[in-house]
Structure formats: C-alpha cells, structure tokens
Write a protein that binds this ligand. Structure first.
Ligand SMILES: *[C@@H]1O[C@H](CO)[C@@H](O)[C@H](O)[C@H]1NC(C)=O
Ligand SMILES: *[C@@H]1O[C@H](CO)[C@@H](O)[C@H](O)[C@H]1NC(C)=O
Ligand SMILES: *[C@@H]1O[C@H](CO)[C@@H](O)[C@H](O)[C@H]1NC(C)=O
Ligand SMILES: *[C@@H]1O[C@H](CO)[C@@H](O)[C@H](O)[C@H]1NC(C)=O
Ligand SMILES: *[C@@H]1O[C@H](CO)[C@@H](O)[C@H](O)[C@H]1NC(C)=O
Ligand SMILES: *[C@@H]1O[C@H](CO)[C@@H](O)[C@H](O)[C@H]1NC(C)=O
Ligand SMILES: *[C@@H]1O[C@H](CO)[C@@H](O)[C@H](O)[C@H]1NC(C)=O
Ligand SMILES: *[C@@H]1O[C@H](CO)[C@@H](O)[C@H](O)[C@H]1NC(C)=O
Ligand SMILES: *[C@@H]1O[C@H](CO)[C@@H](O)[C@H](O)[C@H]1NC(C)=O
Length: 633
C-alpha cells in the first residue's frame, strides 16, 4: 500500500506544480504559420502517432474509402477512433473524423525554418489541381500551399505534371516533455471553422478553453490550424441524447483517474472473491453428486486454496465447461484460450453499445488485436461444439471462449475479419469487387463448405449460408462465419424452421429436411448475388433464384447469353471478363438452386466446376493462380 500512497502524493504534487506553472505562463502570441510549424527534437519526441480532425469534403471525399486513400491509411483506422458504426455507409460533410497520422520533424531547405513538423502525404496530381486547391479543398486547410512549395522544391508550381506525385505536408505537433508530464498524449490538429469559438472546440474535445489557449494563443482566425491538447480521444459522432461521461480535462483528471482505478480494483477483487466462493460451492456440490471419484483432488485444491487465484478459476471454468459439453469433446478444449470474463469486459468497454457489431456480437480489443466476441446463453453452446471440430482457412477461426457464471452466459471469441461482409461489398459499396475477386470469393466459400460437408464426422450443415455470413479478410479472401444455426448429423427433420428469406431451400421450408443440399442451394443464391449484384430478395419480395431460373429458361443458347449479359452486375459489364467464365458460373449457380435437392451438385462437384471457370479465365488473362484449391475426386 505504501508505494501506492507515495505514487499518489507525487501525482498530487505534480498537479499543484502544474497549476502554478499554468497561472504564470503567458498566452503565446500567435504567429501566422503559413510556412508550417518549426519543431525541436530536444524537447519533443518525434516521430509520434497523432490525429487530425477532418471533415468529409464533397464531392470526391465523402466516403471512408476515398478519405482513407487520401491519407494512405486503412478505413478501419478511421472508423474505429471516429466511432463510425458502419464503415460502408456514406458520410455527411459535417461529420468529424479522426484520422491517424505519423508526425515527423523534417529538415527543410529554408534557412529560417530549418525543421518543420508534418505528416508527409503522397498525392497524385490530377487535371486542374494546384497546390492551393488541393491543400484548401481536399485536405481542408490542414496544410498550406506555401509549405507544400517548401516540401516540393523540385516541382514547378505553375506547371504541375498530371500523374506525378507531390508531397502534401499535413500540419501536426508532438507533445513536448512538459505536456507529456501533464498527460497530454496527443495534440490533435484542428482547422478553426468560421462558426467555431474556442469554447465550442473545448467542449467538442472535452478540454478546457485555457488548455487550448496555452498551446495556440488566443488570436485565432477562421481556417487557422490549431492543436488541441488531449489525453485521449473523445467519442465522436454520438447519436443525439447519449451522454458521454468522458473526463479528459487536461491535468485535473489526474486524481480522478487514480481514484477510479483503486475503487475499480477493490470492487473487481470483491466480485471475483464472491464469485469464486459461489462457483466453487456450486461445483463442489455438483461434483460430489455426479462424479464422486474423478476430480476430487482438484476440488480439494480449490477449497484449501492450494492453487493461485488464476489457476483455480481456470479449473472452475474447465469444470463448468465439462458439465456443459459432452465428455467426448472436452479434451479438445485445450486448443482454445480461456478468457477471463473481466478481460472481455475490458476489451469491449463493459459490452458497450458502441462496440456492438450486430445483435449480441461485439468487437473487442484483446492483446493488441481486434476480436469478435459473441455472447450467448449456455444452452446455445452447440456452436462451440461444432467449431471445435472444424479448422479450415475458409472458416472463421474460433480463438477461445469465456464463461460468465453470474448470468449463465457463454462468450465465443473469434478472429476479427477486417473487411466486413460480402453483403456490404456487393450491396452497399457497389462496384468495388471485380470479376477476379468475385471468382476467388466463390471458390473460397465452396472450399469451406466442401470441408464441413465432407471432412467432419458427423457431417456439419451450416444452415444459414448467405452473403452477410461471408466475411472478407485483408486479402479479400472469403471466410464462412456464424455457425449459430449449424447442426451436425445429416438428413434430420426439424419442425423448427430457421434461416433467411431468399436463401432457404424449398424442401427445408416445406418439409424441414436438413441436409448438406440445403447449403448447396443457399450457396447457389450467393453465386447469383456475385453475378448480378442484386440482393437475394428484392423490394417486391421476389427471390433472386426465381428470376435467375427465368433468365436461364431460354432454349436458344445465344438468347440465353444475351439475357445473362443484360442481367449481370453493371460493374461486371464494364469489365472485359470472358463470356465463358460468366456462363460457367451461371450454370453452376442454376444447378445449385435446383428445386429438387437430389438434382443439385455436391460441393465437391461445385469446387471442381468453379475451378474450371477459374482456369479458363486466368488462361486468357495470363494471370497465374498459384494457390490452387483442392480438387477432390
Ligand atoms: C538541441 O540540443 C543540442 C545539444 O544538446 C543543441 O546543440 C541544439 O542547439 C539544441 N537545439 C535546439 C533547437 O534547441
Ligand atoms: C502508404 O503506406 C504504406 C505503409 O502503411 C507504405 O508502404 C506506402 O508506401 C504508402 N504509400 C504511399 C503512396 O505513400
Ligand atoms: C523561409 O521561411 C520564411 C518564413 O519563416 C519565409 O518568409 C521565406 O520566404 C521562406 N523561404 C523560402 C525560400 O521559401
Ligand atoms: C516525403 O516522403 C517521400 C517518400 O515517401 C520522400 O521522398 C520525401 O523526402 C519526404 N519528404 C519529406 C520532407 O520528408
Ligand atoms: C480553406 O481556407 C480558405 C481561406 O483561406 C477558405 O476559403 C476555404 O473555404 C477553406 N477550405 C475549407 C475546405 O474549409
Ligand atoms: C510544363 O512542363 C512540361 C514538361 O513537364 C514542358 O514540356 C512544358 O514546356 C512546361 N510548360 C511551361 C509553360 O513551362
Ligand atoms: C458549425 O457548423 C457546422 C456545420 O456547418 C456544425 O456541424 C457545427 O456544429 C457548427 N459549430 C458550432 C459551434 O455551431
Ligand atoms: C511545451 O509546450 C507548451 C505549450 O506550447 C509550452 O508552454 C512549454 O513551455 C513547452 N515546454 C517545453 C519544455 O518546451
Ligand atoms: C454520467 O454522469 C451523470 C452525472 O454526471 C450520471 O448521472 C450518469 O449516470 C452517468 N452516466 C454513465 C453512463 O455513467
């Protein structure tokens, strides 16, 4: 306890010193920084990771993808700190975004300036671009044309070559040692808007007006760049009416935060101890009841506290798990990480609404990586039973799980797949998937399905194949997700019909017959989506597979192809993809959505047929396709 108290008083001392320092310091006189901001590597640590606040600029920079390209960052690194729930939706021009930049102190060829701090953005010159136009419009005055000239000494400002690269220096600063000591972790670059006041900016960032004046002076004009000192980023883009209780007021938060930690710790410990007692009580009771002999030693251990806290919790979870699942699968559980429930709470800000991906699926940050965390009731652990049997590159990987004995919940933790669902790529972010990518995605899904149909015993049926359950990773490879409805054992009959309109196979809908052929049907619908860019069910309630049968019903082959070319995604029409490849995929899709399950191909046949299409296409384009998929049989 003593070191903690010492630490605490040290912080208070700092706080007091800081107050004195602040009351003495004069507001700095604001110089016009059209030539950028000089930097000093003696007092500040360069480079540093920081942020700019950017507002989307119509007409070219109104969506995350183009803004991310402009700043050469991934969409996720903008949507995450900017609190954008659905990165594929368009943005509106007033919506503030935090864009991460790497701020460096760069020597420049100007004797007066020597070094200025900026993030170096490469920009490809387009017709009618000038340094002034790009810096004041595209980059929203986050830089000036004067500084751009200094950074590009070799370019002739009056005769820019279209297609050449220019460097645009985005203004930034890294906190100096004094600021770091005052817990200023970022100096966010902000462009003062005509209707802004210092107080409005202070309230947007939840800092004091004085802290902004300390850094920037108080003579600020519209479109000047200012640096807002914050200890952490605020949550932007809150839906109206949601209060934010974030305290990021520089310096005065010091004692606050630490109190929070101490209280949090003791509450946390208390809850843990309580839980431990309750759970071990329950377990001991159950165990004595059920399997008297088997695990007696472990429970003695728990009761006598022979194991560390960590160890005994682990054992408890394990015991719960064994009660939960069938004995024959429990040994495979060792493959997975068992997360502490508190770890998941921390990763998701206490299962905050902001972290919801959809329903009870959350996004969380664990061990430096994003994960997907799905909350379910204990009785829904069927998915865990199935996932632990499967392991394939085209299926979303289960990383581990956790159990919350308190409210009888089970949490599954999966790898996070960066690029979101196929559905959003096809129907929201239209035109971004070329034919090559679509072909590869179709083969990936087919491989994943072939694996669960052919290589699991008993056979697994996914039961809910649809484009929103297909996720795309950073390399645009597809992975099948959401085994929530999946069942093992085939040719069962169920009375409880679940699934998604437009993808459900007719025999399942009418008779409740569960077989791998129902996945084949749904897969056929996904192929039709890939080909047509249309949704599985349209606004009038007409299903896509029915309209595909109409297109393909023509007897004349030439007529068929003509109809197909009119029907396919207009973005594919623009691409020069081979007619053979398109008709091949259409043939596969039509076979898959046959109303008679016995006439549908197996996934093995599908993989084979699609790869044929692949070969056809790549032979023509001269592109080699090295990761050749499995060709069974
Ligand atoms: C940084 O420190 C070095 C020596 O430590 C000194 O020579 C130099 O002038 C300092 N630079 C500035 C900008 O203060
Ligand atoms: C964009 O950033 C990546 C690293 O994140 C870098 O390798 C690449 O060269 C950058 N592109 C440009 C045009 O600066
Ligand atoms: C160097 O920077 C100063 C401002 O600090 C500016 O007045 C001057 O024109 C710059 N020189 C060149 C060659 O850009
Ligand atoms: C900006 O980056 C480019 C390449 O990434 C580099 O050639 C250039 O020197 C950089 N400019 C400055 C001032 O750092
Ligand atoms: C940038 O600043 C200029 C004035 O210096 C202003 O006319 C222009 O509208 C500003 N651009 C943006 C995007 O706010
Ligand atoms: C502009 O640059 C191009 C080559 O980059 C050159 O051929 C042309 O003469 C230049 N025009 C002027 C007006 O300097
Ligand atoms: C300034 O105007 C923008 C839209 O033009 C608005 O989003 C913002 O809230 C305004 N700021 C203030 C302080 O009124
Ligand atoms: C750090 O920056 C603040 C604000 O600009 C300034 O008041 C302070 O003197 C600087 N500290 C050092 C060590 O340069
Ligand atoms: C936010 O703070 C207010 C009082 O300042 C409190 O009543 C409210 O419960 C807090 N909300 C949350 C979500 O912590």
């Amino acid at each position: 306890m003593l070191p903690k108290i010492l630490h605490f008083s040290y912080l208070i001392l700092l706080l007091i010193l800081n107050k004195i320092h602040h009351s003495n310091s004069q507001p700095t006189i604001n110089k016009k920084h059209t030539f950028g901001y000089t930097c000093n590597t003696n007092t500040s640590q360069y480079p540093c990771q920081t942020y700019v606040l950017y507002r989307p600029k119509p007409p070219d920079y109104l969506d995350l993808a183009s803004i991310a390209d402009l700043f050469n960052v991934s969409r996720l690194t903008i949507s995450e700190p900017s609190n954008i729930a659905n990165p594929s939706f368009g943005l509106n021009p007033d919506q503030p975004l935090f864009i991460p930049i790497s701020c460096g102190c760069n020597p420049v060829r100007n004797q007066t300036l020597k070094s200025i701090s900026f993030a170096n953005m490469t920009y490809n010159i387009k017709p009618a671009d000038t340094f002034y136009y790009v810096s004041s419009n595209h980059f929203g005055n986050l830089t000036t044309y004067e500084t751009t000239m200094i950074v590009n000494p070799t370019l002739d400002i009056f005769n820019l070559t279209i297609g050449s690269n220019a460097y645009f220096p985005i203004f930034c600063k890294c906190p100096n040692t004094t600021q770091l000591r005052n817990r200023v972790n970022f100096l966010v670059t902000y462009v003062f808007q005509p209707n802004d006041s210092l107080s409005s900016i202070a309230s947007l960032f939840r800092v004091t007006r004085q802290s902004i004046v300390d850094v920037n002076g108080d003579d600020i004009n519209p479109y000047d760049t200012i640096f807002v000192p914050v200890s952490k980023l605020v949550k932007l883009n809150q839906p109206p009416g949601v209060p934010t209780n974030q305290t990021v007021v520089v310096s005065t938060t010091i004692d606050h935060d630490h109190k929070g930690v101490v209280v949090g710790l003791s509450v946390g410990l208390g809850v843990c101890v309580l839980l431990l007692v309750l759970v071990s009580g329950l377990l001991v009771y159950r165990e004595v009841d059920n399997r008297k002999k088997s695990k007696e030693r472990d429970f003695e251990g728990i009761k006598q506290g022979k194991f560390g806290k960590q160890g005994s919790e682990r054992r408890i979870v394990k015991q719960l798990e064994q009660n939960l699942l069938l004995a024959d699968v429990s040994d495979t559980l060792d493959k997975y990480k068992i997360y502490e429930i508190d770890e998941l709470r921390k990763a998701t800000n206490g299962f905050d609404e902001k972290n919801v991906i959809q329903g009870s699926v959350y996004k969380g940050f664990i061990d430096g990586k994003f994960h997907v965390i799905k909350k379910m009731k204990w009785n829904a652990c069927e998915e865990l039973k199935i996932l632990q049997k499967v392991n394939h590159g085209n299926l979303v990987r289960l990383e581990g799980f956790s159990i919350d004995p308190e409210d009888a919940s089970c949490y599954l933790v999966y790898e996070y797949i960066e690029n979101g669902s196929l559905s959003s790529w096809l129907h929201e972010n239209k035109g971004k998937l070329n034919w090559k990518a679509r072909l590869r995605i179709s083969i990936d899904i087919a491989n994943g399905l072939q694996y669960i149909h052919e290589h699991t015993r008993p056979q697994v049926v996914h039961k809910d194949i649809k484009s929103s359950n297909i996720l795309l990773d950073a390399n645009m490879r597809a992975k099948i997700a959401n085994f929530g409805l999946a069942r093992s054992g085939c040719n069962a009959i169920t009375m409880h019909i679940v699934g998604t309109q437009g993808y459900i196979a007719p025999e399942y809908l009418t008779d409740g017959i569960v077989s791998p052929k129902m996945d084949v049907f749904s897969f056929g619908v996904v192929l039709l989506e890939l080909l047509s860019g249309r949704e599985a069910i349209d606004d009038d309630g007409k299903v896509l597979w029915a309209s595909a049968h109409e297109i393909w019903g023509y007897t004349e082959d030439t007529e068929k192809v003509k109809k197909l070319m009119e029907w396919i995604d207009k973005f594919l029409q623009k691409e020069s993809c081979s007619v053979d490849a398109l008709t091949n995929m259409m043939n596969v899709a039509i076979a898959c959505v046959n109303k008679d399950p016995s006439k549908r191909p197996s996934m093995v046949d599908v993989v084979y047929a699609l790869c044929k299409s692949d070969d056809l296409f790549y032979d023509i384009s001269g592109n080699d396709f090295s990761t050749s998929p499995i060709r069974a049989r």
